[in-house]
Design a protein around this ligand. Structure first.
Ligand SMILES: Nc1nc2c(ncn2[C@@H]2O[C@H](COP(=O)(O)OP(=O)(O)OP(=O)(O)O)[C@@H](O)[C@H]2O)c(=O)[nH]1
Length: 335
């Protein structure tokens, strides 16, 4: 059977295919607190973008020193060297093509380009054919993978889904215990076996359990040992095959959890994976504990897959669906 996740390239290059300003408005629910409050976790990153926005806005003439300052700020916020250089080139081109004269125009163009880089908001994909949706999650130890799985389960449950977790990261006993603990906390069943058991067998059990109990979302915690890429790939292939025996159009998501505080190094490793296993999305964690929230731009640019969620704290409710347009607006909003 055709394996949907292997041999695929990451999605299209966002720079090529997402024209400026082409970002869908983020879904809103009427009950959401105001943006300043919802994005207050951005604190230190916001300070950098605020300062940058003011500097650009107040500039009378567009000089080299403005570009230098822009570069320095974007690098300081961890937008990353290649995305930063691309952005500056793009802005310089637009300044010339569109005859921009003022800092205000450059600031507006910067915001448009940043939004375009992030693409449209992208929510979780659910199966259209099967009653069960299967989400695989990978990520290195310490990235916040387990916490993010629990946060997703909590969120989905609140939205009315019946969720189950599978502890298929069987490499470390602590990982299984930790998922079990989180499962108890968010009141979601966790299917697990002994440490070092076959992850495929855990997934098999979980699929059976999910179907017999009528769950509609199964989140699978898979290993994230990036240094053993071959093993992880083989493991994912095997898990994929098992899933497709139960749910032919699954798995529906393959998400990688990336820690924002680890920055550009993590991105290098993630890129290799994105190319080889065809990620469908990313969760960026610990956006609240870094001044480097600009990392989101590097992730979207480099990996070419949507950012589905961002982690905004350690509590179970601290997971936010990523809203590209609101995110950029919040970065520049005056504090
Ligand atoms: N501030 C903050 N901390 C987070 C966030 N997400 C996870 N953490 C913390 O990061 C630490 C690691 O999270 P885990 O979920 O245990 O990470 P893991 O990837 O499962 O790693 P292992 O436990 O080593 O397998 C924990 O202390 C979490 O509370 C976040 O969005 N913000």
């Amino acid at each position: 059977m055709l394996n949907r996740f292997f041999g695929q390239k990451p999605q299209e290059d966002p720079k090529q295919n997402q024209p400026k300003g082409d970002t869908a408005p983020a879904p809103t629910t009427g009950q959401q607190p105001p943006a300043e409050q919802r994005f207050s976790f951005l604190g230190r990153t916001r300070q950098i973008f605020n300062r940058l926005g003011n500097t650009v806005q107040e500039t009378d003439t567009i000089t080299d020193s403005l570009w230098d300052e822009l570069e320095e700020s974007l690098l300081g916020a961890d937008v990353g060297p290649s995305t930063t250089l691309w952005l500056i080139e793009r802005l310089r081109q637009r300044v010339s093509d569109e005859n921009m004269r003022t800092g205000g125009q450059v600031q507006q163009a910067l915001r448009e380009e940043l939004s375009a880089l992030l693409g449209k908001s992208s929510s979780l994909r659910f199966s259209k054919q099967s009653p069960l949706t299967v989400i695989l999650v990978i990520g290195v130890n310490g990235s916040g993978k387990t916490t993010s799985i629990a946060k997703m389960a909590y969120r989905l449950k609140r939205e009315g889904h019946s969720v189950m977790l599978a502890a298929a990261d069987t490499f470390r006993a602590a990982a299984i215990d930790q998922l079990q603990e989180w499962g108890n906390r968010v009141e979601v069943p966790v299917i697990s076996q002994k440490p070092n058991s076959d992850p495929g067998a855990v997934v098999f059990d979980a699929l059976q359990a999910a179907q017999s109990r009528g769950s509609d979302v199964l989140i699978v915690d898979t290993a994230g040992r990036l240094h053993t890429k071959f093993n992880l790939m083989e493991e994912l292939k095997k898990i994929n095959k098992i899933i497709q025996r139960f749910v032919p159009d699954g798995p529906h998501e393959l998400l990688m959890v990336i820690d924002a505080t680890t920055g550009q190094n993590a991105l290098l490793q993630a890129r290799k994976f994105a190319e080889d296993i065809g990620l469908t999305g990313v969760i960026i964690t610990k956006m609240d504990s870094t001044a480097k929230g600009g990392f989101a731009f590097a992730v979207a640019d480099d990996l070419g897959v949507p950012i589905k969620f961002i982690g905004t704290g350690e509590k179970v409710e601290n997971l936010m669906p990523f809203e590209p347009q609101n995110f950029v607006a919040a970065l520049f909003a005056q504090q």
